[in-house]
Each structure stands twice: as C-alpha cells, then as structure tokens.
Design a protein around this ligand. Structure first.
Ligand SMILES: [Zn+2]
Length: 112
C-alpha cells in the first residue's frame, strides 16, 4: 500500500446461505475512508449477487478470533432485518464458541 493506507490486519470470511464463502480484509486509511474486514467480505458477497449471510468469522493477525464491531453488526442487521438473528458469529474459534447476531444485537434500534 502507501504510507497512508495499510490492509490485512484483520481478515474475515462470510458464508452465504448458498454455501459460498466470501472473504475480505480490513483497509485502514489516514482519513477514515477504510473499511472493516467483515464489511469488505459482505460487500464482496453483495458484489457477487448474494444478500443472505449464514456465518461470519473474523480473525486477527495473531490468529485470535472475535466479534464484529458495531458498524459491521449494524450492516448485517440492515441487510437481513427480519432474520439477522440467525447469523452465526464465531466468537472464539479455539474454544469453539459461537453466538448469533441476535445474541450480539438484542435491542436493535430499528426493530419494530
Ligand atoms: Zn467492523
């Protein structure tokens, strides 16, 4: 990259309901125009004509996994407003722990 942009500190994989897996890396910029790995992977999925997420995995450079940030959770929720709760999120790969997006987003602000 350049001295203003770096990428790949975090990577993500999104499995769609069709079973295809889309990947993305985080892109960090000096002017906040970057994007998280999860949203990059989701946009890759959308670019390829799909709009339903089954599972999400996020992995840091050191190999640890963790939950998506609030912006990524919000994007997933807005993408699947009536069924975001079924999305499985790998919280801790080493421990085999997953949660659903419903677990992570119990009181979505746009829920009616
Ligand atoms: Zn994020």
């Amino acid at each position: 990259m350049s001295s203003y942009i770096e990428a790949g500190g975090v990577a993500a994989a999104v499995e769609s309901f069709s079973g295809r897996i889309y990947t993305g890396v985080c892109v960090d910029t000096a002017c906040t125009l970057g994007i998280c790995a999860e949203r990059n992977a989701i946009l890759n999925m959308i670019t390829n004509g799909e709009d339903a997420i089954r599972r999400v995995l996020t992995i840091m450079r050191d190999g640890r996994t963790g939950p998506p940030c609030g912006a990524c959770r919000e994007m997933m929720t807005q993408l699947m407003p009536s069924r975001f709760g079924v999305i499985e999120v790998m919280i801790d790969y080493a421990a085999g722990k997953t949660l659903t997006l419903a677990d992570l987003t119990p009181q979505w602000w746009l829920r009616r």
